[in-house]
Ligand binder design. Structure first.
Ligand code: PGU
Length: 453
């Protein structure tokens, strides 16, 4: 009764604020006093978001934010893993243009909502690309595939599906890994741990450590594996090591979750880069794969990718797919149509497909040539240390071994932008910028101020 009487004396904005205070402090000792202090005739004083703190920039995408603010004409962005031409420009593949022209000319196409799991043709072709035409899992129809929002969205949907339906909540990530993995899996409801992966002393794989940690993980753990071109290290297991890992993971009854963001970028061959995934499918066991078409088709902003879950039987895959829909529907309802239509057009047409593989190989080759040019330029300057890892590492990135201070120095003095862990995107480099980068590395390593001319 008394509450009702008081309620009647408040204006509607006072009541809204009262609700907020109640929400923030349910025990609300002197509610009426707080409300009276905070409200004037013109409404609440200050912002209800006053307590919201400034968040730090993203460690990878934030590098581009800083780069964009720098007015220097000599600046170079080697932060984000995005392909650039020799002129330092982003590129749209010719096959993508052709596919878009076809889509535009086809008047029978609409922009209706896609089904919750996306474009059916895209899903079939995407799964075929990673598993191979003759994949037993595909022939036996025991793969559930959903088009998702690029690699990130596919991982996130996979994480949430696992948190809901898999008995083990532990996911093991390589140390180090792409920074976003940690947040994707923990936000998806899983508990994140790491396994040893990279040995800074050898600048190679810590295979022994990796095996020990995966062996020690509780049976049934989720093991996140980079399908190829490990980010950020550029270090992949050899085929023999993959075989050892496969046996170990299967013996321990762990569940592998592959992140395939760089198919075609490691070796230049789509099939070779899928070998690790295919070896796990060939043994008949279950697994998940998140695919991205951001890098290999240059469709970064189209957000096109897929999640495939390989199951033991067709009926199980059907159930799994039905549950994927329940994860996706309240998250973003259904995926965008344009990027998936481009990919389906290219993958479904033998001529466009062949042209794509040539363009993809050209991108991979340009990156490899940047590795050679950078290595030679560092050698030519007599920079101390062994830099052969620049040649050996695979994929878009080079994990240079430069430390945080050296990176900060290179950004401040040479306007070279890269992630603070010393990772450089080789795809952002060109013949013109190699000497500048080599000068900066030399100066950072020797502590000398090298000529910038
Ligand atoms: N998985 C790995 C291993 C990646 O490196 C990336 C992108 C993704 C997934 C996600 O890519 P999608 O664009 O969602 O398909 N990593 C890049 C791009 C920038 C970023 O951090 O998103 C990078 O520079 O590490």
């Amino acid at each position: 009764m008394m509450e009702e009487g008081r309620k009647g004396r408040y204006t509607s904005s006072e009541r809204r604020l009262q609700a907020l205070v109640q929400h923030l402090s349910p025990s609300g000792s002197s509610l009426a006093g707080v409300v009276q202090m905070e409200v004037t005739a013109s409404g609440p004083v200050g912002s209800v978001f006053e307590h919201v703190e400034q968040a730090p920039e993203d460690p990878i995408l934030g590098v581009t934010v800083a780069y964009n603010k720098d007015p220097s004409p000599i600046k170079v962005n080697l932060g984000v893993g995005a392909y650039r031409t020799e002129e330092g420009k982003p590129v749209i593949l010719n096959v993508v243009r052709k596919a878009e022209e076809r889509l535009l000319a086809d008047r029978s196409r609409y922009k209706e909502y896609l089904p919750i799991t996306g474009l059916a043709d895209f899903n079939k072709l995407s799964a075929k690309l990673i598993f191979g035409k003759e994949s037993p899992a595909l022939l036996e129809k025991r793969v559930a595939t959903a088009q998702c929002l690029s690699g990130t969205g596919s991982l996130r949907v996979g994480a949430e599906f696992l948190a809901k339906h898999y008995f083990q909540r532990l996911v093991f990530l390589p140390a180090p890994t792409w920074g976003n993995h940690h947040k994707i899996f923990s936000n998806g409801g899983l508990t994140v741990k790491t396994y040893r992966y990279y040995d800074p002393r050898t600048r190679g794989l810590d295979y022994q450590g990796m095996v020990e940690d995966i062996r020690a993980a509780p049976s049934g753990s989720l093991i996140l594996l980079h399908a190829c071109a490990h980010n950020p290290t550029g270090v992949d297991p050899t085929p023999e090591q993959w075989e050892g890992l496969r046996q170990l993971i299967r013996n321990k009854r762990h569940l592998p979750f592959f992140d395939s963001a760089y198919q075609g970028f490691a070796s230049g061959s789509l099939d070779l880069d899928a070998l690790a995934v295919r070896s796990f499918v060939a043994d008949g066991g279950e697994l998940l794969v998140a695919q991205s078409f951001a890098k290999n088709m240059g469709l970064y902003g189209e957000r096109v990718g897929s999640l495939s879950i390989v199951c033991k039987k067709e009926a199980i895959a059907t159930h799994v797919e039905s549950q994927l829909k329940l994860v996706i529907r309240p998250m973003y309802s259904n995926p965008p149509i344009h990027g998936a239509s481009i990919v389906a057009t290219i993958l479904g047409d033998s001529e466009l497909y062949a042209e794509w593989t040539i363009e993809l190989k050209a991108m991979a080759n340009r990156i490899i040539s940047m590795r050679h040019q950078l290595h030679s330029a560092i050698q030519a300057r007599g920079t101390p240390g062994d830099w052969t890892h620049i040649l050996k590492q695979i994929g878009m990135f080079s994990f240079t071994g430069l430390n945080r201070e050296q990176v900060a120095f290179m950004t401040k003095e040479y306007h070279i932008y890269m992630t603070s862990d010393g990772r450089i995107s080789m795809a952002g480099l060109s013949s013109k910028t190699v000497p500048h980068l080599a000068d900066a590395i030399h100066a950072a390593v020797t502590g000398l101020s090298f000529s910038r001319q």
